[in-house]
Ligand binder design. Structure first.
Ligand SMILES: Cc1ncc(COP(=O)(O)O)c(C=O)c1O
Length: 380
């Protein structure tokens, strides 16, 4: 699905030098590379503050803690997503409200959020899934209207641009913002397979709010501003100096890898768009797409058989995600489920993600496309 070793081989000299510098420098915790990386990511994303932390799940948990929510407050999360948003909400004694997603983009929409709120709903976690932005403008308008906090889970979409709808002031101008910089807090992950992946765990939060930035920083560091003076409860969530040094190298290549992913996606889409029984990913007009995943919808209940057939042909695929959140045993009794969540259920039965990385050759892709066509056109 990814070629992590191949990626490393291409930039090995730069990475090895960066790692050796840290090893020789001896500042393994909070070394200068961590601050350098936070600044570089601020420049890249346009966020006013970037606060590195240990992983993307911690980023979400710290963001929720910084927003000052009370036990029992409801937080909206998408039904079709990775577990971290709902998990962190639940761990903090808050109530996840599981909301259905859009069948084409797989993302939360303002309309679905609006239908699902109650008097105790206090925040929303939107997840920009698979490398494409949620439609943030209507979501932020609604959130502002009823004073909801918005956390953007940008673990899969770092480097994605959202185009704001034209306003009288900006009519005709293409005003764009990066995902993770539009809500109150943006959270991301540097897990090795992410758009910007390190060689271990890593994460970051971003915000344009000075007070929130201060709180996020303190919570990630045991609630202290000054060493051994703990003003609030926090946790220990640091980005290792080694990982920061690696990320400083890899950030330079983030746009190139997004361009390469789009090239790979175009070949898949052109080869698969007319194959009966599958739907290729929809590109939303308001978002760039960096194809963190290239995810097909396979109809007619054939997804699992197709996956099995492709595995026999030496083609790896993954199902992100085989269960919608409402069917995860961990959440069975503790969440509020907003509506029948039929889209999330259907997606979990039909999605299939194909190999996606910068070194996938056209020949390899032609082989994958041919095998998918063979299976779907020959199977009754
Ligand atoms: C959408 C989403 N949110 C959060 C996370 C959590 O990130 P991490 O693994 O760094 O904790 C992931 C990682 O897989 C993710 O895909």
């Amino acid at each position: 699905m990814r070629d992590l070793k191949g990626q490393y081989a291409k930039i090995q000299q730069e990475i090895d030098e960066a790692v050796l510098r840290v090893m020789r420098g001896g500042q393994y915790i909070n070394g200068p590379e961590v601050g350098m990386f936070a600044e570089a990511l601020q420049d890249y994303t346009g966020a006013k503050h970037v606060i590195p932390c240990a992983n993307g799940t911690d980023a979400l948990q710290i963001a929720l803690m910084a927003l000052g929510l009370k036990a029992g407050d409801e937080v909206i999360v998408p039904a079709f997503s990775y577990i971290s948003p709902a998990e962190t909400v639940e761990l903090l004694g808050l109530t996840p409200v599981i909301v259905d997603v859009d069948p084409d983009s797989f993302n939360l929409t303002a309309k679905n959020i609006e239908k699902s709120i109650s008097a105790t709903t206090k925040a929303i976690i939107v997840v920009h899934l698979f490398g494409q932005s949620c439609d943030m403008s209507p979501i932020m308008d609604f959130a502002r209207k009823i004073h909801l906090s918005v956390i953007e889970d940008n673990a899969q979409s770092l480097g994605v641009y959202y185009t704001l709808p034209p306003t009288p002031l900006y009519r005709g101008l293409d005003e764009r913002k990066q995902t993770g910089t539009m809500g109150h807090v943006g959270c991301t992950s540097f897990f090795p397979t992410k758009n910007l992946g390190c060689y271990g765990d890593g994460g970051a939060m971003m915000t344009n709010d000075d007070d929130l930035a201060q709180k996020l920083k303190m919570i990630a560091n045991h609630g202290q501003r000054q060493k051994y003076h703990h003003e609030m409860l926090g946790c220990n969530s640091r980005l290792d100096t080694l990982q920061a040094a690696i990320l400083n190298v890899k950030l330079k290549y983030l746009n190139d890898s997004a361009t390469a992913h789009r090239r790979v996606a175009k070949i898949y889409t052109e080869g698969l768009k007319d194959v009966p029984g599958i739907v290729t990913p929809k590109e939303e007009p308001f978002s760039t797409h960096v194809y963190h995943q290239y995810t097909l919808k396979v109809g007619g209940g054939k997804r699992d058989a197709l996956q099995q057939y492709l595995a026999e042909q030496g083609i790896p695929t993954t199902v992100y995600y085989p269960l919608p959140l409402q069917e995860q045993p961990a959440f069975r009794y503790t969440v509020r489920v907003a509506g029948p969540l039929t889209v999330a259920k259907e997606l979990s039965r039909s999605v299939l993600s194909l190999p996606m990385h910068v070194d996938l050759t056209e020949e390899q892709q032609r082989y994958i496309i041919e095998k998918i066509c063979t299976f779907l056109t020959k199977q009754p």
